[in-house]
Structures are given as C-alpha cells and as structure tokens.
Design a protein around this ligand. Structure first.
Ligand code: S3P
Length: 452
C-alpha cells in the first residue's frame, strides 16, 4: 500500500506539560530484517514486538508474494514460515513497498541472486529516490535491472542465475546498501565482502549471525570489513524487537523543550550505531538519563528519562556521528531551534535523499516558524532562538515524510504559537500510535478537518 492518499492536516499547540510513560513501538529497521530473514530461513520464525507501521506491513506483504507464509497472531506477535535461502518464488504481482526505502532496497538484495523476476514500485516519495546505489552492487552478482531514468522505481529486477560473490566498498554510508549486498550474498557461493568507511547500523550483521550465517567484522585500514559466507542454511529464530530509538526520539525531544515536562521511554534500543542523537542532546545540556541498561533480543536497551531542559545550547555535531543519528536530524533541528546559539550539522548529504530532502524540508518549515537556517549541499546550521522562543504560528509541509511531520508537531508543543503540519498521514509508516501516545502524555495535538 502507498501511504498518503488523503492529506491529514494536524496541529500541535504549546503550553501543556508532558508527563508519563511512552511505550514506543518496535524498531523499524529490526522489524524489516526480522521478516526478510524469517522468510529466508527454513522453518518458522517467531517475532515479538514487531512494528506494525505501514512500511513493515508492506514488507510482510512482499514476503508473502515471494512465497513465505506470514501470520499475525496478536498485536506485535508474528510468525514467518520461511522458504530457505534461494527458495523465493517469483511474485505474481508488482511489489509495492509504499514509502519504504529500507523495504525496497533490502528486498531487492534478498531476491537478486535467485533466478526470478520481480517488479518494484512505491509511493510518490519512494519513486523519486535513488536505487542505483543498490542496483550497482547487485549487478556485480549477475542480477539485471531495468528501471526509470536515473535508476528510479518502478523497476524490474531479474535475479542472477549463476551468482558470483562480490567485494564491494560502499560509496555512500548506507546500511540499506550494505544490507542489500549481504542479503544478496546469502545465495552466492563463497565469501561476499562489504567495506564501509563509517560504521552504519549493524542490525543485519547481528541478525544474520543469530540466524546461523557466518559473518565476520574486522576494522582495517579501509574501514569496517564485513564478510559473509554464502549459501548457509538459516535456522528459524525466536526474535524480540527492541523499541525504536528513532521513534523514542520524539517524546524525548518533546519533553526536553516543553516546559515542566518529564517523560519516561522504557526499553529503547541503544545500539551504538543508532544512539548518536542521545549523545548530542546531552552535549547540548539535555537532562536525559538512561536507567536499567540491559540486553534484549541481542541489542542493548535502556529506559530513557527526559526532563524539561531550559538551558539547551547549540553544538557542532561531529560529522563522524552522522550515520548513528541519520534519521534524527529533523527532530534535533526542532530542539536546536529552541536552544541558545547555533547548531552546526555537517557531513549529512544523505539527508537530501531520504523520504524527502530533509534539509530543505526542515529549513523551509523552520523559516516559516521564524527560525534562521543556513544550508549547503551537505551541511546546515540552525540558529537557535533560546530564551526568545520559537515564534511558530505557521503551516508547514511534511512532503510525504513521517519524520518531518513528527518533528514539527514536537516543535509546536514548545513554540509561542501553534504549528500545523499540512499532512500527518505519513506518520503511519513508522509510528502509527504517535498521536494517542503523545496525547496520553498530555500533548495538545489535534487533527484538523481533512482537506477536500
Ligand atoms: C535504515 C538505514 C538508513 C535509515 C533508514 C533505515 C535501515 O538509511 O535512514 O531509515 O534500516 O537500514 P541509509 O542506510 O540509506 O542511510
């Protein structure tokens, strides 16, 4: 399904204190991978805490189309009966990945070394996003692809009949590309090697090992060298999905900027390749603590406690941290708008090829809210309003991007006047319960009359 059929305007109003516990949903990255690896294992994988956002539901539907049996037993509790590595059937319909770059890129990888054809498409956001970054390495395995000009969806992939293993140095820091190559490597004989200069999220490596694949990771002169031995038999797993730090970021940031707030977000995944936002917030002077640090489902988790922080200061975010918080720059920009001084974000060109051009989308919306933003191809600077406060009182465009929508709704809770997002419908892709969860904390966020 493609999200965003009918726009849903939504307004956040300032003044309320947020209090309570926010049970954020399962991690989106881990959820996609659990379904895909479950579909490639022999036998039944059980998943607990699966995110039931539209992106993940689209991946579940895709796995059915490739021949896996996928059942939902209860909220968050799913079973996948896999077909084994190389066992994907040719889908009888077009695979619609909706809004999800992760879904389409990982699934293309997973089928690229099986001799079947599949055609992929997505919503108005996804069909604009670059796919050459995955089809380039997949062609090295022997897969063929035919898409629109510039490597855009819709696109047909013809999986390699006699795949060869690949050694590939990532030209962009992308866990999606890394994961597509590793998933393709599963059905190639011998060792497939991916080299990344900067560490990106490593859920694929962790989960592949959990399913019984041989994956080694070494730090060398070229960067992180990840090697996978092809053609393993993947053993079905019992998986527990940690709560998504990228979703937890919204109630956390809201509590930091909305006067008098205190919010607890339990069981959030704190994989070091994902947790960069929380380090940055602390550097800004956020009152943010971690309690009950533990391990769940092979990932480190903790309970986050965020309290209103009146003295936030702008910071320079180290570019080396970018990959570990790539999805959190929009909400960081909302916090930065409330802080005193400049927040400088460099080395973030990847933000321009997400669900929207996130630098442009945030800069445009922040300016409409009375905040000064400077930007370049791979950098931007938010000039915090500090004690003067963010004027707000604007309508901003979410551009089919869930994180842009949620970031401005968070900012609206702390601005001097309400902020309306023209379309909050895309939030369903990653955080379907965002609205009731935020309202449950006391936030005043309300849907507007739908546009005709
Ligand atoms: C993801 C990787 C990131 C991130 C996306 C999820 C993943 O994209 O932005 O939301 O699950 O692998 P890139 O790997 O392209 O940076």
């Amino acid at each position: 399904m493609s999200a965003g059929n009918r726009p849903q305007p939504m307004t956040a109003r300032p003044g309320a204190r947020l209090h309570g516990t926010a049970q954020v949903p399962g991690d989106k990255s881990v959820s996609h991978r659990a379904l895909i690896l479950g579909a490639l294992a022999v036998g039944e994988t059980r998943i607990d805490g699966l995110l039931e956002g539209q992106d993940v539901l689209d991946t579940a539907e895709a796995m059915r189309a490739f021949g896996a049996t996928v059942h939902r037993d209860a909220p968050g509790r799913w079973r996948v009966h896999g077909v084994g590595v190389g066992g994907f059937a040719e889908p009888g319909r077009v695979i619609d990945c909706g809004n999800s770059g992760t879904g389409v890129r990982l699934i293309m990888g997973a089928m690229a070394t099986t001799p079947i054809a599949a055609t992929f498409t997505g919503d108005a956001s996804l069909v604009k996003r670059p796919m050459a970054r995955v089809t380039d390495p997949l062609s090295l395995f022997g897969a063929q692809t035919l898409g629109r000009t510039g490597g855009r969806l819709p696109m047909t992939v013809l999986g390699a009949r006699d795949p060869v293993p690949v050694r590939y140095a990532l030209p962009v820091p992308s866990a999606q590309v890394k994961s597509a190559v590793l998933l393709a490597g599963l059905n190639a004989p011998g060792r497939t090697v991916v080299i990344e200069r900067e560490a990106t999220r490593d859920h694929s490596e962790r989960m592949l090992r959990g399913f019984g694949a041989e994956v080694t990771v070494e730090d060398g002169a070229e960067g992180r060298v990840i090697a996978l031995t092809g053609q393993p038999e993947l053993r079905p797993q019992q998986l527990s999905v940690p709560r998504d730090p990228s979703s937890g970021a919204f109630p956390v940031c809201a509590a930091l900027i909305a006067e008098g707030s205190e919010v607890r977000v339990p069981g959030v995944g704190l994989n070091p390749t994902r947790a960069g936002l929380f380090d940055t917030l602390r550097e800004m002077g956020a009152d943010l603590t971690f309690e009950n640090a533990r391990e769940e489902g092979g990932e480190p988790v903790a309970d986050l406690v965020a309290r209103f922080s009146p003295d936030l200061k702008g910071v320079e975010v180290p570019p080396a941290r970018a990959a570990s918080m790539i999805d959190e720059y929009p909400v960081l920009a909302a916090v930065a708008a409330c802080a005193e001084g400049r927040t400088v974000m460099r080395g973030v060109g990847e933000l321009r090829v997400k669900e929207s051009d996130r630098i442009d989308a945030m800069a445009e919306g922040l300016r409409a809210c009375g905040v000064t933003v400077e930007e370049g191809p791979d950098w931007w600077i938010v000039h915090g309003r500090g004690a003067g406060g963010v004027p707000g009182g604007a309508q901003v465009a979410s551009r089919l991007d869930h994180r842009i929508a949620m970031s401005f709704l968070v900012l609206g809770l702390a601005a001097r006047a309400p902020i309306t997002v023209d379309d909050a419908a895309p939030i369903v892709t990653s955080f379907p319960d965002f609205l009731p969860l935020m309202q449950g904390l006391g936030a005043v966020i309300t849907p507007e009359q739908k546009a005709a």
